[in-house]
Design a protein around this ligand. Structure first.
Ligand SMILES: [Ca+2]
Ligand SMILES: [Ca+2]
Ligand SMILES: [Ca+2]
Length: 221
């Protein structure tokens, strides 16, 4: 049966629309493979991800400062400044040794990771840390740590690992960190990070941990 004029117009519109879609796809800039992969995702705080591999128990499924910038510590003042910042932050140490503090350091801003294992030669604080908030991960610091009543609750997600004199030196001496992002060159090469860019908060291996966490987590494995 011969198609009606209306059917012919309808069919023509469908064909033209299809051709238009193909042309639009061809002329869209899809970018090269390199362009599409050069910016790995910045790690998101993964719900349910343990504070670090191997830890378990109530309150340990926290990102601490995961997803935030790295705050590098060189002395007592920069330590207290890093702790006092708000928002997620990961505190690492450029210099180890004894940090002389005037008074106890109160941690009142949540989403904090203190990675004492990054202190070359280990670290000792002359005053205690007082945790008053939630989602705080403190590892490998030779000091006393006190928790407020709230911080002791499992839902506060406060994780303490190797606190006190047992926090023996992990890194014997400072390591070369050309781009000053907290991750040493040798690790960045091995882990396929960018030696010329601050990519510490990225997750190039997509394992749910920020790449700087991958660095200091593997120090202890
Ligand atoms: Ca680096
Ligand atoms: Ca880098
Ligand atoms: Ca990672």
């Amino acid at each position: 049966m011969k198609p009606t004029k209306r059917e012919v117009i309808g069919l023509s519109a469908v064909v033209l629309g299809f051709i238009g879609l193909i042309m639009a796809w061809i002329f869209t800039d899809h970018g090269s493979a390199d362009e599409q992969t050069k910016d790995p995702p910045i790690v998101e705080i993964a719900v349910g991800q343990p504070a670090y591999p191997g830890v378990s128990g109530f309150g340990t499924r926290t990102g601490g400062g995961r997803g935030g910038p790295v705050c590098q510590v060189t002395d007592a003042d920069s330590f207290t400044e890093c702790v006092a910042q708000d928002g997620p932050r990961i505190v690492v140490f450029e210099k180890g040794g004894t940090y002389v503090l005037d008074q106890p350091v109160e941690i009142t801003e949540p989403y904090l990771t203190i990675a004492g294992q990054t202190a070359p030669g280990g670290i000792k604080l002359t005053q205690p840390l007082k945790v008053m908030t939630h989602d705080v991960v403190i590892r490998w610091v030779d000091c006393n740590v006190y928790l407020s009543r709230y911080a002791m609750l499992p839902r506060a997600n406060v994780v303490l690992d190797r606190i006190g004199p047992s926090a023996v030196p992990v890194i014997p001496k400072p390591l070369i960190d050309s781009d000053d992002d907290g991750m040493p060159d040798d690790f960045e090469i091995w882990h396929h990070n960018d030696l010329n860019a601050d990519d510490a908060a990225y997750d190039v291996d997509k394992n749910g941990y920020a790449d700087i966490e991958d660095w200091f987590n593997q120090l202890l494995s």
